[in-house]
Design a protein around this ligand. Structure first.
Ligand code: FES
Length: 147
């Protein structure tokens, strides 16, 4: 399987680093878009860790994804400064709007726009500030038109 070969190469390249698990997981997600379930036994064997330890790290860090993302990845800041200016309502609005869509919604904890929240990021590249539910809908309409 192509994924397993790629995962083996990534693990082999990083296995001797101290604390190799996080760099390995980052590289796998960067290469494959997520951490495939079949990678866990391989990582466990090569890094001499238990599968439970690896699952624990994957689920602890919101950054790691266990399924492939949708056509676009939408991250909404759930940290305190954004929450204080409507981030929670925005996240709830986004959950409702994106249910069943081909867009993936993820929480993120600070995008560096704390003074101009609520903040949102699209596809790791585009940041938006002062995002209201109305602005969110306009951004999602622009993404939908960009097929
Ligand atoms: S708290 Fe939301 S961008 Fe920093």
């Amino acid at each position: 399987m192509a994924n397993l070969a790629a995962i083996e190469r990534i693990v082999a390249a990083k296995r001797t680093l101290p604390g190799a698990l996080l760099p390995v997981l980052h590289d796998i997600q960067e290469a494959l878009g997520h951490i495939p379930p079949e990678s866990v036994p391989l990582i466990a064997r090569e890094l001499n860790l238990s599968r439970a330890e690896i699952h624990g790290v994957i689920s602890y860090y919101h950054h790691f994804r266990q399924t492939l993302p949708g056509r676009h990845l939408v991250r909404i800041c759930c940290a305190e400064a954004c929450q204080a200016v409507g981030g929670e309502a925005l996240a709830e609005h986004a959950r409702t709007r994106l249910e069943g869509s081909d867009l993936t919604l993820e929480p993120v904890y600070c995008l560096g726009l704390c003074a101009i929240g609520p903040a949102l990021q699209i596809d790791e590249t585009t940041l938006h500030a002062h995002v209201t539910p109305e602005k969110f809908d306009a951004l999602m309409a622009a993404l939908a038109a960009d097929k």
